[in-house]
Write a protein that binds this ligand. Sequence first.
Ligand code: 8IG
Length: 289
Amino acid sequence: MSSTEAPEPGPGTDLDDPATDPFDAAAEAAAAITARSGVPHHDVALVLGSGWGEAADVLGETVAEIAAEDVPGFSRSGVAGHAGTLRSVRFVAADGETRHALVLGARTHYYEGRGVRRVAHGVRTAAAAGARTVVLTNGCGGLHRAWVPGTPVLISDHLNLTGTSPLEGATFVDLTDLYSARLREVARSVDETLDEGVYAQFRGPHYETPAEVRMVKGLGGDLVGMSTALEAIAARHAGLDVLGISLVTNLAAGISPVPLSHAEVLDAGAAAGPRISALLAEIVRRIAS
Ligand code: 8IG
């Protein structure tokens, strides 16, 4: 087999088969990424949500861009504004050393209905590829008027309102300091004006009602979204340090007088793109050094 060909799926690594160990499936995906990129070890992983798509280009040189469907367990996103590829990006860290980032532009959302294993597969694959840290980004709604669309906010903690977990069986994982205080400090060393907030994940795909947003406010939430909490739990279980950064693309329902639309979300992401991409790239350079 040449080094650019991915291995055939091995036996027992079908994610939809309950007998499959999802960590075996992640190891197989990591092997496919290594085979296609020629990069044996990735130092850090990024999951790019709505609005964050340009960050990989700003960070460094793309060594390989792999279609999601060419990596076991991944598939092309059905969501407009989400890329369907995985990339290996070579970059120079803040200490001057060359490092590699695995950039996942192919997130599976829980609302896609394909099960929690698919949701967790990206961060498990990142861990299997060697990453110690994952940066989870998203587009989300904000509960505070000061966070105008296009404002990046660090995630300090979450409320998992999905009613599910990415973990199976008696897997009791401590989530104190899930969103690493150390990594938030690194982010603030790049931009001291970065605010932080509690991210409430709903199942979606519908946005919240105004009553649900008032509920989140009462529960101590600041941001509402559909992706990051489940991935963060899976990432911690896989041994990764987690930095979460939200891009507020809209005011949460009922806070703004205008109804939400996905077009608004995409517009806010596009407008903020260059600024937040530069921010994220510099954060990653410092994390990886
Ligand atoms: I972008 O207002 C984006 N994603 N749940 N609510 C939820 N998810 C979102 C929102 C929002 N905006």
